[in-house]
Every structure is written in structure tokens, then in C-alpha cells.
Design a binder for this molecule. Structure first.
Ligand code: URA
Length: 239
């Protein structure tokens, strides 16, 4: 929930001060009722009319980068009322996540209201690289590494070529830390790829989407993408 004048300004209708004037002048309606109370709280589901104009018609494009913590669902609404990634974003715009990370997966996630960019980033033909680091039980033989690199069968289909780098093997716990770079985004893809070679993913973090990294973002933190980054993402679609 956000203050009405903030929402009006954020949607690009006018400045916050001007919005306050319009509210005081009785020119703003929320869900069919005139609201003159300053600081009235609204959500993005509310129907807001300013001087007779539907506010959502003027929605600006917004782009956020989140370092998703564990225990948060990658959806807009959760039927079980669990915390969603959208709850972590300080905006009243109607945003949604681009692709998904599992409940127990952490790391980089883009959220936006830009359908065109979402299509570009998720369409397999654009080969957008996603870099994951997985902690798995056991040791990766060179045969297994090659299998992951050349494609394994998950859900009856072979995965595309991937880059694989074993960063560490811990003999004591018999676990490996593996960097995996893939271009696809099938459901539970990384977990299923390791499952296909007989290993279980114990922890999973997405570290990069194309050139975007988590630099400067602690777990649960969020920042807006710069115009330059948005343009650079768009340029990946024409390659
Ligand atoms: N692959 C998975 O298995 N889980 C994720 O969250 C992302 C990719």
C-alpha cells in the first residue's frame, strides 16, 4: 500500500505536489469515490481516476534487479499467502518476475512491467546466458561434466550445450561447487540436469543474467536497472 499522491506521481501523471493539489481539489477518484484525504493508502489493484483519466493508462516502464533470498516465491500472488518476490520491490507498478527461481533458490532476478523485454529475455532464440552456482552432493567425473556440457535428457528432451566449471570439491563433506551456464529456462532445469547425472542439488544460486551480476546487492536487496542496462538488454535480442 502506498500514499495516493505518491502513486499518481510514480505513474508519471504529474509531480507529487501537483497530485496533492488535485486530491485536495476533489479531482481524484479511487474505486469510484472521490478521495480528498491526503495520504490515503492505495494498492496497484485500486482503480484510480485523476481528472477523469485512468491512471493505469499512463504506466511507466520500470525495471528492478533483485537478489532473491531463499524462502520467497517467484510469483505475483501466492495461494498459500507466502511472501512473493513482488513483495520485496518498493513500487506500486504492476510488475512481475522475468522467468522463475525456485522457492529455495537464491540470486539474480529481474522484475518489470515491460512485456517486450520479458519476451526477449525468455525466448530461447535469443540465447540469453544464465549463470548458476550449485552445491551438489558428490564428485563430478569428467564423463559427467561432458554429459552436462553436451546435453542431458530432462522431461524427454535433450538440453542445449552448457558451460560447466567445477569450482571446488570438498572431500570432507563429499560435495562439489559447480558453475553452470545455460541458455534455456525450463522448470527446475539445473536441478533436473544434475539429477540426470545422479547428483542432488543441495543449494542453488543464480549469479548472472547475461552481463548483469549481483554486485552491490545483498540478499533481499533490490535496485533499479539503469537506462543503459535496459538498452544493453534490448540489444541482446538483435544478435
Ligand atoms: N533451475 C532450477 O532447478 N531451479 C531454479 O530455481 C532455477 C533453475
Amino acid at each position: 500500500m502506498e500514499r495516493l499522491q505518491k502513486v499518481i506521481a510514480e505513474k508519471g501523471y504529474c509531480s507529487r505536489r501537483k497530485a496533492e493539489e488535485l486530491i485536495a481539489a476533489g479531482k481524484v477518484e479511487v474505486n469510484g469515490k472521490i478521495v480528498t484525504e491526503m495520504g490515503y493508502k492505495v494498492s496497484f489493484d485500486d482503480d484510480i481516476l485523476v481528472e477523469g483519466n485512468q491512471l493505469s493508462d499512463k504506466e511507466e516502464k520500470v525495471y528492478f534487479l533483485l537478489n532473491k533470498p531463499r524462502g520467497v516465491v517467484t510469483t505475483v500472488h501466492d495461494e498459500k499467502s507466502r511472501k512473493t518476490v513482488v513483495d520485496l520491490i518498493p513500487t506500486t507498478s504492476r510488475i512481475y518476475p522475468v522467468g522463475r527461481l525456485d522457492y529455495d533458490t537464491t540470486g539474480i532476478l529481474i522484475l518489470t512491467n515491460d512485456g517486450e523485454l520479458t519476451e526477449l529475455l525468455t525466448h530461447p532464440k535469443n540465447n540469453i546466458e544464465k549463470t548458476y552456482v550449485a552445491k551438489v552432493n558428490g564428485f563430478l567425473t569428467s564423463e559427467n561434466i561432458n554429459k552436462l556440457k553436451n546435453g542431458v535428457v530432462i522431461d524427454g528432451k535433450k538440453t542445449n550445450k552448457a558451460k560447466v566449471k567445477v569450482k571446488k570439491y570438498d572431500k570432507k563433506t563429499n560435495t562439489s561447487l559447480v558453475e553452470l551456464v545455460i541458455h534455456e529456462g525450463k522448470n527446475h532445469q539445473v536441478k533436473k540436469m544434475f539429477e540426470a547425472i545422479g547428483l542432488k542439488v543441495l543449494k542453488l544460486r543464480r549469479e548472472k543474467i547475461a552481463f548483469l551480476t549481483l554486485t552491490g546487492l545483498k540478499s533481499g536487496e533490490v535496485r533499479e536497472l539503469t537506462i543503459h542496462e535496459v538498452k544493453k538488454l534490448y540489444s541482446l535480442g538483435s544478435k
